[in-house]
Design a protein around this ligand. Structure first.
Ligand code: MN
Length: 314
């Protein structure tokens, strides 16, 4: 055993909230009432692992209600503003379609990064192939004032830089880690790294000016004497230069970090904004089909916006 190191801030462990997205149960690690953002990271849904059998088509005969013919995640067209979606799979595959005309399959170890800016819409579908297991995480990054009103964009990165150290293989999804730099776009100083940990102790280099959190995707880790498992967010605060992580059984986790975000944000449904007026306008543009959010080309049903909690009408 190694003595616990003196921690700059105590580690805060928050249980995730169970939610359902596209027919699959997810564990929502962010946002939580007591922890809204980590750097610019503002949303984290850990999905699976679940069995996800493919099917030949989504045409007549498809019955997502039938538990024996689960088609995995099926999320119909829906809009976003003011954020980036970061999709990362540990197992399985998905098909992304968006209003920019992107039609992109994503597999384990690849990154899909969609920037919403002023407005974009997308759908996430089963690829239709038999795939066994689906396991991954979808994250959102709040866009700063400088880019949140800008044009939408989409990137797919099939290959990302990896760093080996101690008992770890790190894959850099976004930002800089050790000497590696992800090619993915970033509008603020933030980082997202998958750590695949073999048994033993690894010392993870971190930046003192960033705040960090960890989401465990598989296995369990010991952080400063506390055990962290899937279904929790471990918030580490800032001020560290390194972080010792131990695992008895091996573990896979996501390290999220960044400079504390420039301003408070307002999150509602699929939108990140600053005011209710911006939310109302985005909602009304989606419901009214103004063209702001384009067309994804998906055959899945479009997802209607719920009423805003501050609206007086039912
Ligand atoms: Mn989405």
């Amino acid at each position: 055993m190694t003595a616990p190191e003196a921690d700059p801030t105590p580690i805060e462990i928050t249980p995730s909230r169970v939610a359902e997205v596209g027919g699959v149960q997810v564990r929502r690690a962010l946002p939580r009432r007591t922890r809204r953002t980590v750097g610019a990271w503002c949303f984290a849904d850990h999905m699976g692992p679940v069995r996800a059998e493919g099917r030949a088509s989504l045409g007549p005969g498809a019955s997502p209600e039938d538990p024996d013919s689960s088609v995995g995640v099926q999320v119909g067209p829906h809009p976003h503003v003011g954020l980036q979606t970061v999709t990362w799979l540990v197992a399985g595959e998905l098909l992304h379609r968006d209003s920019l005309g992107s039609e992109q399959e994503i597999r384990a170890g690849q990154l899909n990064l969609m920037t919403a800016g002023h407005g974009v819409s997308h759908a996430e579908e089963s690829t239709g192939r038999r795939q066994g297991e689906l396991h991954g995480i979808q994250l959102w990054v709040a866009q700063p004032e400088a880019t949140r009103h800008g044009a939408p964009a989409f990137q797919h990165h099939a290959h990302l830089p990896q760093v080996e150290f101690d008992q770890a293989t790190a894959t850099v999804l976004v930002g800089d880690f050790a000497a590696a730099c992800s090619p993915a776009r970033r509008d603020t100083n933030h980082v997202g790294v998958e750590l695949d940990l073999r048994r033993g102790r690894s010392v993870v280099p971190v930046i003192a000016g960033y705040e960090y959190a960890i989401v465990v995707l598989a296995g369990g880790v010991d952080l400063g004497g506390q055990r962290v498992v899937p279904g929790e967010l471990a918030y580490l605060g800032s001020g560290r230069k390194e972080l010792a992580v131990s695992t008895a059984e091996g573990a896979r986790l996501l390290l999220l970090g960044g400079e504390p975000f420039e301003s408070p944000i307002l999150m509602w449904w699929n939108f990140v904004a600053r005011t209710r007026e911006e939310m109302d306008a985005a909602r009304s543009d989606w419901e009214g089909g103004t063209g702001r959010f384009g067309d994804t080309g998906s055959q899945l049903g479009r997802i209607p916006a719920p009423p805003t909690p501050w609206s007086s009408s039912p």
